[in-house]
Design a protein around this ligand. Structure first.
Ligand code: ADQ
Length: 494
């Protein structure tokens, strides 16, 4: 076994690269999809650290290797780990629970047991390769027990945790039979980061209710074991973002601009292109959007001669039954709307169920007059930010669900409640008819936000807070909160 050790380690369920094997049995690596990778890759490259995670293929044990300046340390998962820990507890218990039970979560003890086992495996891998007093950044809801497991093995480490999805209100979180273990797991970190101020508040409330610990925003006092010194944990919001400048540069490339014009041409030069880009997930509100659009066509308030909707529905979690059902439902609806309203020359909806290179995504954003983000619940939603970054022409209208984390910052979007179908219909019409001057004013304001808070700002702020917690607490522990007068800098309110 290798004895390499790193002073900065990121750990997430998935590695930033996927192992793919072709028909001839040759293995290669390709960039894996998803918001997390998009967000963290530039940070890792700059920091020259190691990334611990699963390689995307079951039952293979792989040696660590270098990929594009990042040390990759694979953690093996078996088929049964995938079924119980990943598709089960992560995606069929935690995911629906944390997204406000939009779908019914399933609670199975054997899923939980495997979640504990797999979290331990990740914690062991990180403990093995982390240098003395290294900084470790644990990512997301699949690994909520890792902070405490790591602290137990390696109290010298500085441990951060970031939750990419919402953290629910206590009334919902308290359904989880293992709620106390999850809270204990997260409190192993020095800094627990969330997307929204509301998520951090929900977590602190869960800590008070379940543990009775003293909290004073953004601090939580965790008493020491057996009379040992207490620790002060920081729980606060760090809204994630995108690599704004590189996305902007990509969208400005002549080939991407040409491709955008080509897309418009290929769609029959409609007056308005509406665009939706989502993982095919029930949290994204794709059905609500299709309902609103279908009704507008039905009411005769829109016509396929003038308007077309491009819906990119990225394949996701296809082995989970509820996702298979969702795909069937969405595709049935798309087929109905196209059948009812399409003509030989004009389709109501161009439905694309596959992944695209980033160039093509950027071209779609440049081509789209109206971007529809109607998630029922979403930690942040990077698609909304990418659309804004792509619009250097200060044109285009963003319709954004108020249930996304992004809506806290992107106030100049047309904010909608996706459950209110009439409200969504009105917003679509308003976006289509919006005068150029108002479009420009809104887009300017949105672009300012996305330029100020890019992914570097996100990771710098998180890591500086983590570093600060080492300096402040030192090794001697913290004085009890009650004894101190804190001047607390609160994150801005939305
Ligand atoms: P996701 O739920 O995956 O992320 P999102 O934030 O929108 O959602 O990120 C999706 C990313 O995938 C975007 O960068 C997008 O461009 C890309 N993408 C989508 N479809 C694609 C396709 N067909 N081809 C190529 N690329 C595609 C989770 C949380 C979010 C949170 C992020 C980051 O659910 O709320 O914003 O993590 O924290």
């Amino acid at each position: 076994m290798s004895d390499e050790r790193y002073s900065f380690v990121v750990v997430s369920n998935r590695l930033p690269v996927d192992r793919v094997v072709d028909e001839a049995g040759n293995a290669s690596w390709k960039q894996s999809p998803g918001g997390l990778v998009t967000a963290l890759e530039p940070v890792m490259r700059a920091a020259d650290g190691a990334w611990v995670g699963w390689a995307g293929q079951a039952d293979v044990d792989l040696e660590p290797f270098d990929n594009a300046g990042i040390r990759i340390v694979p953690v093996p998962l078996s088929e049964s780990d995938l079924e119980l820990y990943y598709e089960g507890f992560s995606n069929d218990t935690l995911w629906p629970l944390y997204h406000d039970v939009i779908a019914q979560p399933s609670y199975h003890r054997e899923w939980w047991d495997r979640y504990v086992q797999v979290n331990r495996r990740f914690a062991d891998a990180v403990a093995r390769i982390s240098d003395d007093a290294a900084t470790v950044w644990v990512q997301d809801y699949q690994l909520q027990l890792v902070p405490a497991m790591l602290r137990e093995r390696r109290p010298d480490l500085l441990i951060g945790f970031f939750n990419h999805i919402p953290f629910p209100a206590y009334g919902i979180f308290s359904q989880l039979p293992w709620r106390t273990q999850i809270v204990d797991g997260l409190l192993g970190a020095d800094v627990v980061g969330f997307q929204r101020v509301a998520d951090a508040g929900n977590f602190s409330r869960a800590v008070r209710r379940l543990k009775g610990y003293a909290t004073k925003t953004p601090y939580i006092d965790v008493p020491g074991v057996d009379g040992g010194a207490s620790r002060r944990v920081i729980a606060r919001a760090f809204p994630i973002s995108i690599d704004t400048r590189s996305f902007e540069e990509l969208a400005a490339r002549p080939d991407v601009q040409e491709r955008a014009a080509q897309i418009r041409h290929d769609l029959g030069n409609p007056k308005t292109i509406l665009l939706g880009v989502d993982r095919l997930d029930y949290t994204k509100g794709i059905g609500h959007r299709l309902k609103a659009y279908g009704e507008l066509l039905e009411d005769g308030r829109l016509s396929v001669e003038d308007v077309t909707l491009v819906q990119v529905a990225t394949p996701s979690r296809e082995r989970v039954e509820s996702y298979r059902q969702l795909r069937d439902e969405i595709e049935l609806t798309v087929g109905r709307i196209n059948g009812d309203f399409g003509t030989i020359s004009h389709q109501a909806i161009s439905y694309l169920h596959h992944g695209f290179p980033r160039e093509e995504m950027a071209a779609l954003y440049v081509a789209a007059d109206v971007m529809l983000v109607t998630a029922l619940r979403d930690g942040m939603n990077l698609v909304a930010k990418e659309y804004v970054a792509a619009r250097a022409d200060e044109d285009g209208v963003l319709i954004l669900s108020e249930f996304t984390g992004a809506s806290d910052e992107l106030r100049a979007a047309l904010l909608v409640n996706p459950h209110d179908i009439d409200g969504v219909k009105d917003a679509i019409l308003r976006a289509i008819e919006m005068p150029r001057q108002e479009r420009r004013k809104r887009m300017r304001s949105l672009r300012k936000k996305v330029a100020e808070n890019d992914v570097n700002h996100w990771s710098d702020t998180f890591l500086a807070t983590l570093d600060g917690s080492r300096a402040r607490i030192g090794w001697g522990g913290a004085e009890p909160l009650d004894a101190l007068e804190w001047t607390i800098e609160r994150p801005p309110r939305s």
